[in-house]
Design a protein around this ligand. Structure first.
Ligand SMILES: C[S@@+](CC[C@H](N)C(=O)[O-])C[C@H]1O[C@@H](n2cnc3c(N)ncnc32)[C@H](O)[C@@H]1O
Length: 214
């Protein structure tokens, strides 16, 4: 289904979030060093991959949707030696345990709650010991009741629309920190992104480091 929305996906995401989605997805770019190997899972059109490559990252992008992958390749064409696009679903074998960073932005929320932990586990297996898994996504409900209500009111219609279009499963907002800790990761930071001033963060970037023995 992503094939039908690839042409407008980025513009809709930017408009719906007033730019917050783009800011959340780019968060990691400031932390990537030249030569770092970064795996982008469900990379989409790769808006945040281009600045990471510009900063010296070596990117491997997994994106099974042809229409998304075509845009991704075009965007990454200035760095032919440092980018690879795998036009298939994520597999356990795609460079397991070798990546400095694994980014799954707005990717794990595609899956139903009985499937998501398995996908997260597979993604985590690609991180090298001491490397990091990062995910930008909707911020899970916490804090005051009014904040929780606002987050749910903001998220539910888009989850329903995405489900109706066959783009994701119906589920509540996921909190990735507990399953990542159970997988041997230490959550280093949770960074919120607001859509408007004086409102709670509606998006969050979770950055988790794989323990050396993990
Ligand atoms: C919600 S979009 C997010 C795209 C991009 N990360 C972004 O934030 O703009 C989810 C993406 O995951 C891709 N996808 C779906 N199932 C996948 C799988 N099993 N392995 C890898 N990518 C997958 C879809 O084609 C789609 O581009």
């Amino acid at each position: 289904m992503y094939a039908h929305v690839a042409w407008c996906y980025d513009a809709v995401a930017q408009a719906y979030s007033l730019g917050a989605i783009g800011r959340a997805k780019r968060w990691h770019v400031a932390h990537v060093r030249p030569g770092d190997r970064v795996l982008y899972i469900g990379a989409g059109t790769g808006r945040e991959v281009a600045p990471a490559c510009d900063a010296g990252a070596e990117a491997v992008c997994v994106e099974p949707c042809n229409a998304m992958a075509r845009r991704l390749r075009r965007r990454l064409s200035p760095w032919p030696d440092r980018c690879r696009v795998i036009e298939q679903p994520l597999r356990a074998a795609d460079g397991a345990g070798t990546f400095d960073w694994v980014c799954g932005h707005f990717f794990f929320n595609v899956f139903a709650d009985d499937a998501m932990p398995g996908v997260l586990t597979m993604a985590a297996s690609h991180v090298r010991p001491g490397g990091r898994l990062i995910t930008a996504d909707f911020a899970p409900g916490s804090g005051k009741a009014t904040s929780r209500l606002l987050r749910a009111a903001y998220y539910r219609p888009v989850n329903l629309a995405g489900w109706g279009l066959g783009m994701c499963a119906l589920h509540p907002i996921y909190d990735y920190a507990p399953p990542l800790e159970a997988l041997g990761f230490a959550v280093e930071s949770r960074t919120g992104f607001t859509v408007a001033p004086h409102t709670p963060a509606l998006y969050e970037v979770v950055c988790a480091r794989k323990e050396q023995g993990g």
